[in-house]
Design a protein around this ligand. Structure first.
Ligand code: PLP
Length: 433
């Protein structure tokens, strides 16, 4: 059997180019990271060959003695990494990623069209928390369940818990979801628990972005207050791409969470587990219990604070005024520029971050902000000093974007772009098949 270079030079070349891109760029996407070499080894191993539908000791295929050992080890490490007592909490390590993990929870504990509340996408929530527009039910969550999003207080940039309480009282959701993709602060779990209890709802935390910070006890512990906690494994946790669902080993609101969640993962929504991912995850969860991991997570937060304070010094408006975690959200609207243009310009300079909506934004396609995260470059050894320099580079990129926009204004090119964006211009009419 040949190696990749011989078997498929085309794919080899693409991988090499992507490796170069990752190596050469400043990776500031808050949901990305560089995983460990040992994780990559496990993910690229023979574990990928094996079918193992079911759970350890209860499989639908033979030959699973080693896979059983692996998955049991992975489950134990997952509970240990988050300081959980295996008598009170259980975990399913088979979800293929974060969105499937969330949908598996919904189908486990809700009936079709039951009600749920998550943070609005344009205020930092994730699609899988029930996103819909006034015209369209965009995510599967909002198609199969009835969703009403809660939001941030637009002046403070913090979750508006008073409003959430008021809305929950009227909407009577069965599930309230904490967690976000673009929220620079921590969640008030005691308050959310109180709101959930007042309406008889489950409380779930999707800690995908911050699971590394939670494991290192750098942020508040959601397990003290939530019934269920989901996560991806490839963001601040620094593992392979995957997902996990932690559940209380209790019957909550008439649902035996362990049985319902395990059945929702398989046979409900998935087939064979990705054992290579479970292998990589077990490795990552071993690292997650080391003193070096704790030091790394502390550095992630210190770096983010250094970035936030330098940006503030440079006059930028940050949503919520700063950051407690691994990301900052910069509101560019006061500068008359949008996040899409800045993302593009910085991309040309090998600085990778993403455009992001900010509270009270007008457009999701051309949003008014950028999201900047510290996990990936912290993995590559950056400290506060380098993150101050990163803020300066971003500032330069923003200035170039502003200058370019000014230079283009009134130009023929600008007029043409406006025309292309206008309703009079229909691409369909002008392109023949
Ligand atoms: N939950 C949150 C809070 C996320 O930010 C994300 C992804 O960014 C997900 C879930 C979905 O994860 P995946 O992309 O692995 O489906």
């Amino acid at each position: 059997d040949n190696g990749l270079s011989e078997a498929d030079p085309e794919v080899r070349a693409i991988i090499d180019m992507e490796k170069q891109r990752q190596f050469k760029s400043l990776e500031l996407i808050a949901s990305e990271n560089f995983t460990y070499r040992a994780v990559m080894e496990a993910v690229g191993s023979c574990l990928t060959n094996k079918y193992s539908e079911g759970l350890p000791g209860k499989r639908y295929y033979g030959g699973n003695e080693h896979i059983d050992e692996l998955e049991t080890l992975c489950q134990k490490r997952a509970l240990d990494a988050f300081h959980l007592d295996g008598k009170k909490w259980g975990v399913n390590v088979q979800p293929l990623s974060g969105s499937p993990a969330n949908f598996e929870v919904y189908t486990a504990i809700l009936k079709p069209h039951d009600r749920l509340m998550g943070l609005d996408l344009s205020h930092g929530g994730h699609l899988s928390h029930g996103f819909m527009t006034p015209k369209r039910r965009v995510s599967g969550t909002s198609i199969y369940f009835e969703s009403m999003s809660y939001r941030l207080n637009e002046s403070t940039g913090l979750v508006d818990y008073d409003k959430l309480e008021e809305m929950a009282d009227r909407f009577k959701p069965k599930l309230i979801i904490a967690g976000a993709s673009a929220y620079p602060r921590d969640f008030d779990y005691p308050r959310m628990r109180k709101i959930a209890d007042s309406v008889g709802a489950f409380l779930m935390m999707d800690m995908a972005h911050i699971s590394g910070l939670v494991a290192a006890s750098v942020l508040a512990n959601p397990f003290d207050y939530c019934d269920i906690v989901t996560t991806t494994t490839h963001k601040s946790l620094r593992g392979p791409r995957g997902g996990m669902i932690f559940f209380k080993k209790e019957t909550v609101l008439g649902v035996d969470l362990e049985t319902a969640i395990n059945n929702a993962v398989f046979p409900g929504l998935q087939g064979g587990p990705h054992n290579h991912t479970i292998g990589g995850l077990a490795v990552c969860l071993k690292y997650a219990q080391s003193p070096e991991f704790k030091a790394y997570q502390n550095q992630v937060v210190s770096n983010c604070r250094a970035l936030a304070s330098r940006l503030t010094e440079l006059g930028y408006k940050l949503v919520s005024g700063g950051s407690d975690n691994h990301l900052v959200l910069v509101d560019l609207r006061p500068l008359g520029i949008d996040g899409a243009r800045v993302e593009k310009i910085l991309d040309m300079a090998s600085i990778t971050l993403n455009k992001n909506s900010v509270p009270a934004d007008k457009s999701a396609v051309v949003p008014g902000g950028i999201r900047i995260g510290s996990p990936a470059m912290t993995t590559r050894g950056f400290t506060e000093k380098e993150f101050v320099a990163v803020a300066d580079y971003i500032h330069e990129g923003v200035q170039i974007t502003i200058d370019a926009k000014r230079a283009a204004s009134g130009s023929k090119l600008q007029d043409f772009m406006k025309f292309v964006a206008s309703p009079e211009f229909s691409l369909k009419d002008r392109v023949s098949d």
